[in-house]
Design a binder for this molecule. Sequence first.
Ligand code: PRX
Length: 656
Amino acid sequence: MSTIESILKETRSFPPSDDFRRKAQISGMEAYNALCEQADDHYLSFWGDLARELIAWKKPFSRVLDDSNAPFFKWFDDGVLNVSYNCLDRHLPLNANKIALIFEADDGEVTRVTYSELHRRVCQFANGLKSLGVAKGDRVVIYMPMVIEAIVAMQACARIGAIHSVVFGGFSAGALRDRVQDAGAKVVITANEGLRGGKTVALKATTDEAFELGGCESVSSVVVYQRTNNGASKWTEGRDVWWHKLIEGQAEECEPEWVNAEDPLFILYTSGSTGKPKGIQHSTAGFLLGALNSFRWIFDYKPNDVYWCTADVGWITGHSYITYGPLGHGATQVIFEGVPTYPDASRFWRMIEKHKVSIFYTAPTAIRSLIKLGADLPAKYDLSSLRVLGTVGEPINPEAWMWYYEVVGGGRCPIVDTWWQTETGSAMIAPTPGAVPTKPGSCTLPLPGIMADIVDESGAPVEPGKGGFLVIKKPFPSLVRTIWGDPDRFRKTYFPDEFEGKYYLAGDSAHRDESGYFWIMGRIDDVLNVSGHRLGTMEIESALVANPLVAEAAVVGKPHDIKGEAVVAFVVLKGSRPSGDEARKVADNLKQWVAHEIGKIAQPDEIRFGENLPKTRSGKIMRRLLRSLARGEEIVQDVSTLENPQILAQLQEAAN
Ligand code: PRX
């Protein structure tokens, strides 16, 4: 049964236990409803009060929202603050010796860093960045493994008002170059190598390759953290500087740069429906407020929790729920360099036992792969420290949900399925676990203050059970401010004229059940979700057609047991259509090509060769038909316009 079919049949509901509810921050549905009503009735003071409660301001704001230039909203816009001060300095009077980070390296070595130590490291590195000429508003690209220094680098940028743009360490030289160029970065921070699953990742060599591609002229320095003993293969004098040399002799204090609430905190690139990734620009105060408030509500965070989010800081989850939300609350959190399956599929469970993790946040794809590799393994570990389990990034199928709930959580821990996006900056639809009963496969109800709805093409709300577009009807503090350098694309993509520019269009379809619960059905654009990673089909197509052998390519998704979605590429070669061993060989080469052009996460699972692609009379590729072919479904579409119906037979089989 497909995920969608089983989700549609789901009727189970799990309220929190009495004990959990009694101790929760938002305790019971009455408390949840009261907050929603408060937001409904007094929207601005609802957010204004939260901003005063949760953020330490250098200078308070006098106005909550300026919507005079919608959809370019401004929140708290005359307030002054610093995010790194909020994440570090303000905890020092009472919690200097509290553990901030429990870092577990790929090889299992554990390093603990207190808040005062983290503060010292961030200040020293911030001073180092200043010595390289980095100043407020400059862009800094961070291309790092999941180590303590990645967080130090982000916090150091925030401390001096520089705008960071983290690029996931699995991205290729080309993808890194594109992001460096688009952001006009002044500095790139990387490591000589990363370590994942016992293997090294050649980050510095890839950075060098990115520079060789051209387009990185804005960069004056590359800071290299030495993660392994292997040194660096190449060294560009005058540009490259070792992290440890940069911080040598730097002062251990660094006065925060006090910035305006609306100054950008970071840019994070994500895929859209064109070939060019979008630089999602987030603000300082609004983003911080979203991260802080949602963190405490969705995880029912308490100061003695040990929290672990398995994401990488290369994605938004790592920004909101590793670097900013938890540190802003002075939480103790585990950060992990490795992968869930190394040295074996018990890694997560062993780590939960070892570090006594109480809140665990991961992706459905990890859960599914760990079920496959050892559904019985969690039972071998003491997981009794757990009290809340979270998921993010893609729909979770009820089967995986139930396993997570029963086997990992012992039937005791609420599952918080959190729906949100790079653009929303913080969780939007998710249970507050001490109040909202959960249902397997549903992200449940919007957080108080988030005016989510499902509408039809005209913007009218759809009835329960009917699918439609997921929208958010009022601006909220952590919403993307613009697309870096492309405000027009921002407006057209997210506040389209169809809804009179009033609603934020998320790009997902969803439906609601009789009790108002949201069930996410998938993307409405040409974006795939492969293992929780967002990939634009156009990006993969552009990579394929850049190969000298390829004349034309079309990419679609098909359901996959573990990854959620798999990438299927339909390819027309410039030469004749290959078959047999030759086809396998070319398919393998093309897969490697895409891995090299974008990154391994974008590599097609299947390649199918045709003499042509199915097109309409006007020459448009019939994507729906390709989707049916990829899924092996019976073709019910009208194919009478096809010039050569024979190609359908050709496209039915994968070359590999
Ligand atoms: O389609 C939705 C899916 O992931 C998309 C956002 O991807 P990204 O910006 O990379 O952020 C991922 C981490 C927040 C959404 O448009 N998505 C995210 N969370 C869920 C989800 N789909 C279903 N259920 C979720 N909980």
